[in-house]
Design a protein around this ligand. Structure first.
Ligand code: FAD
Length: 188
């Protein structure tokens, strides 16, 4: 059983036993299933949950300790940041490979893809905010050329950057970042 599942079960047992409530570390999002959602949470907050969660009871305090230390793995399920970086790489790369003059059918497929992405993105809080952003008139996908689509994606990414308090990316340089490599060199 996944460690997070057993942690949740312990917490639920504690809930039904007495008036004590389960506590998760600040910042750990629960998914629609009511369980901790790894793809909605940063890895630091995820790890902190295992380090700090205490399940109090009337008789004795039980501390859930992490399993004995093992070498840090690199092939674990993604957290919100890893998922985001991989997703933006895919999305900007799709714009980089997009035709200069796409057929109307391709433009429709692309709009449909973006609409589905906003529903299926596996961080539900990110997906919900992205859907809201997409619904604003000025944010409707612009997909009639590679240049237009690349800039639109850059603006979509900047909307998330601003929400997270990060710097805006200069959208005049989206193509250098994702298609041609930097004018000043360093990518070949
Ligand atoms: C649709 C979507 C919604 C998301 N919503 C949330 C959310 O609500 N909350 C949350 O915590 N995380 C969210 N994320 C993840 C978040 O955007 C970042 O991916 C994550 O925080 C990791 O950020 P980072 O600083 O490593 O770089 P990223 O933001 O992942 O960027 C990767 C690289 O892209 C380049 N880049 C940056 N900005 C732009 C741009 N505007 N245009 C072109 N290239 C750019 C830079 O070279 C950067 O290093 C979302 C991701 C996606 C795909």
């Amino acid at each position: 059983m996944a460690a997070s599942e057993s942690l949740l079960q312990e917490a639920q047992k504690s809930d039904s036993r007495d008036e004590h409530t389960r506590t998760f570390s600040k910042g750990v999002e629960l998914g629609p299933d009511g369980k901790p959602c790894r793809t909605c949470t940063s890895s630091s907050e995820w790890k902190a949950m295992f380090k700090s969660t205490k399940i109090p009871s009337k008789t004795a305090a039980t501390t859930l300790t992490p399993t004995p230390a093992v070498a840090e793995r690199t092939d674990c399920p993604p957290d919100i940041e890893q998922l985001g970086r991989a997703s933006w790489t895919l999305l900007h790369s799709i714009t980089a490979a997009y035709p200069s003059s796409p057929s109307l059918a391709k433009q429709t497929e692309t709009r449909n893809f973006l609409s589905l992405l906003s529903k299926l993105y596996p961080c539900h809080t990110c997906a919900s905010d992205f859907q809201t952003w997409l619904k604003e008139d000025q944010n409707a996908p612009r997909v009639s050329s590679r240049e237009e689509f690349g800039r639109w994606m850059c603006e979509a990414h900047n909307a998330v950057n601003v929400k997270l308090g990060k710097e805006r990316f200069d959208c005049d340089r989206w193509e250098e970042r994702w298609r041609t490599g930097w004018r000043e060199g360093g990518c070949d």
